[in-house]
Every structure is written in structure tokens, then in C-alpha cells.
Ligand binder design. Structure first.
Ligand code: G3P
Ligand code: MG
Length: 243
């Protein structure tokens, strides 16, 4: 059964399959998601891949960063075994492999720019250029987000008409200035830090709000009742029935 389009599979359905892999994306679709969120980085040879951490120690037992590793070496990593034996042999997807699957599944996506240190602007620019030149016309326009201001600004410059969201762990006291200076279209925020009053202030200022990472259905329902427009969850199966 299809879920509300407010429910985004976080890193795919990362409670059920290894995060940021094709299996996690397919699982999100199987569980009814119309949207997913994924994290994007650049390899040493400039290829865009799905990956979250500063290095591959947690997901592939390899202490190397994405930006210092060429694609052929990244493709040799097993990023499924850490999760469970069922996923042994799962590889890091390139953005092009990911987009092919997204097209087959007909899903929308929030692309989170996750630059390695020192590659902030390059990551934002290259991903935005890729989106500009390769986005399948039948898919909804992506939402692009980042914790990193430089990456977000570089992407926004290439794609001024695509929705860009600023991500916050802690809500800055000068949040309105941040939104205005970045010309951010939306706010993505840690659900644990969001109060009803703060949420109302965001919405009243004209910014849609989306929250990560919400794995509890009652909390998701409360956030949606406040007007939150999107919920990032590792467990889309828990969100059945939400409008
Ligand atoms: O984009 C929402 C969420 O994914 C941000 O945090 O660390 O899970 O990428 P993180
Ligand atoms: Mg993310």
C-alpha cells in the first residue's frame, strides 16, 4: 500500500537494508514510499556516489574516505555485510545506477549533499550539474539539501529553480538570516529539536519543514499535525495510515 508522499525512506529503508544501497531504495519502494532520501559524495575521480560517513570504517571496515578513493576501489567494498549476511556483496551505488533504479520505481528523492572536508563547493556544483544534465524528465524534481552552506550555495547557483533545503542539527538563533542569506526554500531539522512554536514560526515565514529521523509513528503524527511537510524514517512500514 502506498504511503503518504510526506514519508521519505531515510537512506532508503535503512532499518531493513544497508543504508544508501540499491537494496535499501528498492525496499523503501516495496514498503510503499513515494520518496527516499540519500547522501551523496564525490570519489577521488569525481564520480558521485551514495555514502554517508566521513570514511568507510562502519559500513565496509575500510578506513578511507570517499574523496581519497577512486571509484574502482570503492566498487570493491562490501557495504552490505555489516548489516546482515543477506546483503553480502552489496556495493556503493553510483548516482547513475541509483537514478536508473529510481526511474524504474518512479520515486522522488531528496539528495543530501554530504561533502568530504575540503570538497564542499565542488561537491555541490558537480552534483547540481549532474542533476541539470541528467535528470529523467518523468521523475519529480529532486529536493536538494545540505548541512553545509557552501555546498548548498554552490548547488543553488547551478539550479536556481530547484528546491534547496538547509539542514540543521541545532536550530540557530539567527535562523531567519540563514534562510535568507542562502535563499533556502525549505528547512530540514532534527525532530528532537523541534517544538510546535518553532515549527509554526518556520511555516509562518514561508518555509516548508521536514524532520529527521522519525521512527515512531505517534511522533510522526504529531509533527504532521503541526504542519510538517516531510518525515525521514528508517522504518517506512511503521508509518502506514499517516496522511
Ligand atoms: O537529510 C536528513 C538526514 O539524513 C540528515 O542527517 O546524518 O542522517 O544524513 P543524516
Ligand atoms: Mg542524510
Amino acid at each position: 500500500m502506498a504511503l503518504s508522499s510526506k514519508i521519505f525512506g531515510h537512506r532508503g529503508a535503512s532499518g531493513h537494508a544497508p543504508e544508501n544501497t540499491l537494496s535499501a531504495i528498492a525496499k523503501a519502494a516495496e514498503l510503499g514510499c513515494k520518496w527516499v532520501e540519500v547522501d551523496l559524495k564525490l570519489t577521488a575521480d569525481g564520480v558521485i556516489v551514495l555514502s554517508h560517513d566521513d570514511d568507510f570504517s562502519r559500513t565496509a571496515n575500510a578506513e578511507r574516505t570517499c574523496s581519497e578513493t577512486p571509484l574502482y576501489m570503492i566498487k570493491a567494498l562490501d557495504v552490505g555485510r555489516w548489516f546482515s549476511d543477506e546483503f553480502i556483496g552489496e556495493t556503493v551505488p553510483t548516482v547513475s545506477e541509483f537514478l536508473s533504479l529510481l526511474t524504474v520505481l518512479n520515486m522522488g528523492v531528496n539528495l543530501e549533499l554530504k561533502p568530504d572536508k575540503g570538497f564542499e563547493q565542488e561537491t555541490g556544483r558537480k552534483i547540481a550539474e549532474y542533476v541539470r544534465d541528467n535528470w529523467p524528465s518523468q521523475l519529480p524534481s529532486p529536493i536538494i539539501s545540505s548541512f553545509d552552506r557552501d555546498a548548498l550555495a554552490a548547488s543553488h547557483e547551478v539550479l536556481p529553480r530547484v528546491e534547496h533545503a538547509i539542514l540543521w542539527e541545532d536550530i540557530p538563533s539567527n535562523w531567519q538570516d540563514e534562510v535568507e542569506s542562502l535563499k533556502a526554500d525549505a528547512i530540514h531539522v532534527d525532530s528532537d529539536k523541534l517544538t510546535e512554536t518553532q515549527c509554526k514560526a518556520f511555516i509562518d515565514s514561508g518555509s516548508p519543514v521536514r524532520c529527521y529521523t522519525v521512527n515512531d509513528k505517534d511522533r510522526a503524527a504529531e509533527l504532521i499535525s503541526w504542519g510538517v511537510d516531510g518525515i525521514f524514517t528508517d522504518y517506512p512500514d511503521r508509518m502506514k495510515g499517516l496522511k
